[in-house]
Ligand binder design. Structure first.
Ligand code: ZN
Length: 201
């Protein structure tokens, strides 16, 4: 076991920071030291921001997004095309699509993907709520923006089956060559998906 170089309060701060994604024990130590050195400039406002966020965070009861209001900012935005619902596995995916300004529709966070091996079945996800939203006459398209993994694609197939009798177009993300990608470096699965899903010039 590593010897502590600081009091338990500081060690606790380091341990908590080390739990953040992308931070290991070493970078957590560096981050903690940085926070401590910038106590007034960084640590105090961060403490305040964490406290406020902790108080105000709610999960949108319509789409599952994380926000400080319910329904969330996306759901209440009148400029969005309510005929499109983009289904994503996780809030991180929603935020990624928003950062890319990829689509101007509404969202639905499923809360994960089907994974029998991990014991995650349809009842653990918000698939039922998505299906009932898709039956609203104003909805014309459901985009399944799910990971290109076995779990993601299994989930997409499962939802597509359930949406069979809803009057909506069900689409999914294209699989293929990433923007700026070189063919020589792609794996066989990606290359063959790109050829199968080729589009007219
Ligand atoms: Zn929402």
């Amino acid at each position: 076991m590593a010897t502590a170089v600081a009091g338990p309060e500081i060690e606790r701060l380091i341990q908590l920071l080390a739990r953040l994604p992308g931070l290991g024990p070493r970078s957590a130590r560096r981050a903690a030291l940085h926070l401590i050195k910038k106590r007034e400039l960084l640590m105090a406002p961060l403490t305040q921001a964490l406290e406020t966020a902790m108080e105000k965070i709610v999960i949108c009861s319509t789409c599952g997004n994380i926000d400080t209001q319910n329904p969330c900012t996306v759901c209440t935005d009148a400029r969005r095309d309510a005929s499109i619902i983009v289904a994503v596995a996780d809030v991180a995916d929603l935020w990624a699509l928003e950062r890319a300004h990829a689509v101007n529709g509404k969202y639905h966070v499923l809360g994960g993907t089907l994974s029998p091996l991990d014991g995650i079945g349809p009842q653990d996800l918000t698939i039922g709520a998505l299906v009932s939203r898709a039956h609203d006459p104003s909805v014309k398209e459901v985009i399944l923006a799910l990971n290109a993994t076995v779990e993601g694609q299994t989930t997409a197939h499962y939802i597509t089956e359930l949406l069979h009798d809803a009057d909506v177009k069900v689409t999914r993300l294209a699989h293929g060559v990433p923007v700026g990608g070189e063919l020589d470096y792609l794996d066989e699965g990606t290359l063959s998906a790109a050829i199968k899903q080729r589009t007219l010039f």
